[in-house]
Each structure stands twice: as structure tokens, then as C-alpha cells.
Design a protein. Sequence first.
Length: 237
Amino acid sequence: MYYKLSNTAERIRIEHLFEVTFKYPHLYRPELIINGLNETNVPIITKEEPDKISLSIWGLLPEDFNDDWSSFQNLTNTLNIDKGRLYSDSWCLAAFKKRKCLIVVTGFFTSFLKNGQIYPYHIGLPDGEPFFLAGIYNRLSDGFLTCSLLLGPAEAHITKFQNLANTMPLIIPKDYSELWLGEDFELNELTELTKYPRRNRLKANPIAKDFFKNNITFDGMLHPMDYLDIPKDDGEL
């Protein structure tokens, strides 16, 4: 499961790169580690307002839900949703059909098991620029947004750096962002999203194992680490 993200991009850079403006610019802060196990916000672009970036609670809730976020997440985690769950949960499927969004990040994380040890990797663009993950969202009766990122099959390159899962967040290239927000996709087309051409490949860097300690964050946490006997990203496709 993907329960942590990273977004270190400054507001001005996001607005310039994606030609959008933040709806509430004073509320946005870059975050080295976004821990979805705590109630937290992520920046999203919605189908309703494709020229604005809103802040959404990470972890989809039903539109008519009026209890605590944590109560719902303790029962059924919705930080990320795969195609199988869209088939089985009608309220998630309704969000997919009507309320798609783009989640702005600079990275996500994978894990690799080797000799009884788990090693974390940060996955992002080589230049550290922000990019889009595919998401769905709901608007609650009080106006707050909640969202989930969508999972698809792991790309061949990413499978080198994770062996505890065969999925990954779906990435939407900037050139296809309007298509994602505007088109009515069928569930069987989700897999096709991984075939959208991207201008830049993803880069995988092993990072400090302190990443697994939920209450620890420090400035160098995402710096590449040189562990022995685990895969290294040599830059080759």
C-alpha cells in the first residue's frame, strides 16, 4: 500500500509549470514526507476547477459521510484504490466516473525486501520537478474535499525497486492532464494510462531507513543512500 508521498515543490513553481493558481495559496506548504496515516492534505486539480489547485484530505470518504475521517480509515483504508475496488465499491466507482482529479507530488515511495531487511526507495523525476498522479475525489456536505490516488500495474522499470507489491500509483503526464480530467474512461482503460508517453523517466533512489519511522523527518531524509546488494538505478531503460 502507498501511504506516504512527497511534495517539496514551491507554490510558485507548481503554478508556473502547470499554468494554474492555488485557490488558497496561504495554506500550501511543501512537505518532505506526507504521511497519509495521519489526516493530512494534498494539492489536487479537480474536474470541476481545472485551472485551480485545491487542498484535499487524503483518504476518500463517501459524499454523505459526517463522522471522523480516522473512524472511516480505521475500517477501510482509502488512501489508494485499485481497479478491483472500483468494481466492488459503487461509491468509489461513482467518483471515478464523475470526479477525477490530479494529485500534485514530487515523489512516491516503494520498498524492497532483501536478506530480511526492507529498504525504502524514493521515486520521482531526476530534476525533482512536480508531476501528476491519477486520483478521484468527493466533496463532503461541509465543502471539504477528500481524495484517493489510483493504482495500476507497476511499470517494468519500477518493478526493479519493489518486490512487495506489483502495483504503483498511476502517473498522468502533463500533456494528458486535460484528457484525464475531461474524458469518461472505462475501468478497462485504466491499464492503458501506463502507456501514455512521458517526457522524463522516473528515477529511483534508495533512502534512509528512518523513513519507516512515522514520527521522524529530517532535511536529508530523501538523499540517496549507498546500500550494498540492492538494485541501483543506473539510468538505463
